[in-house]
Design a protein around this ligand. Structure first.
Ligand SMILES: *[C@@H]1O[C@H](CO)[C@@H](O)[C@H](O)[C@H]1NC(C)=O
Ligand SMILES: *[C@@H]1O[C@H](CO)[C@@H](O)[C@H](O)[C@H]1NC(C)=O
Length: 215
């Protein structure tokens, strides 16, 4: 269809006046999780539909289930559980570790972490990427430890009581990669794992059985 110039002009005016005002500050952008995410996060939920509940997440009040191989549970308040965090540089999680349990060696590819111990004590460690220096520390109630972005770290509950801890992250979606799972919980053929780790076949097969890997 061919529009005459005046009609096109009026049409553009209508379009301009119906778009949102660009002068207003964007106070928040609660994620609309029904739409696809991108590098800048999720699109914003319509502001008219935002309520106080969008600023509150109640999922970290109860202990996670620690009846598993690691005897630990991590309950996350990332953007997918708490859409209010969308586009903001922060998120949280709760960790529960039974006596003798571990948070296995892992990294968060996109976030720094601060860990605070609420109950019990852990031996916590992190490993630098530049020279594989080990930093080990026993943490007690109230202690806070910094775990810089991308560095491998872990915790072991060496005490007699369940550990409760909370962590904050510098990203609404910190990511999580567990070292043992990356090596032994997938279909990476054992022959290559043996080549790159220098473990023997029996050791690799045993670890694959523990972590659920195949091949
Ligand atoms: C806002 O909420 C109303 C009523 O629940 C719903 O009909 C409408 O689709 C929502 N709008 C958006 C953009 O989500
Ligand atoms: C905890 O997890 C175990 C293993 O998956 C399961 O058998 C048990 O029912 C769970 N306990 C609760 C309280 O959900």
């Amino acid at each position: 269809m061919k529009m005459s110039l005046p009609i096109l002009f009026i049409f553009s005016l209508i379009l301009i006046s119906s778009s949102p005002p660009h002068t207003a500050a964007l106070d928040f952008c609660i994620a609309d999780l029904t739409l696809p995410t991108g590098p800048a996060g999720y699109p914003c939920k319509n502001a008219a539909n935002v309520t106080a509940d969008d600023f509150v997440y109640s999922g970290l009040g109860i202990a996670g289930n620690t009846s598993n191989l690691f005897k630990s549970a991590v309950t996350t308040a990332f953007v997918t559980e708490f859409p209010g965090l969308n586009g903001l540089g922060l998120s949280m999680a709760r960790g529960d570790i039974a006596p003798g349990g571990v948070i296995p060696m892992h990294t968060h590819p996109s976030a720094h972490e601060l860990l605070i111990i609420i109950q019990g004590s852990v031996v916590a460690g992190l490993i630098s990427s530049s020279d594989n220096q080990v930093y080990l520390k026993t943490l007690n109630k109230g202690d806070i430890m910094l775990l810089p972005k991308g560095l491998l770290h872990f915790q072991v509950n060496t005490g007699q009581v369940p550990v409760i801890e909370f962590v904050s992250f510098s990203d609404p979606d910190p990511g999580l990669q567990i070292l043992a799972n990356a090596l032994f919980a997938n279909s990476l053929p054992s022959e290559y794992i043996e080549k790159v780790t220098f473990l023997d076949d029996a050791q690799v097969k045993k670890l694959k059985a523990v972590f659920g890997g195949t091949g």
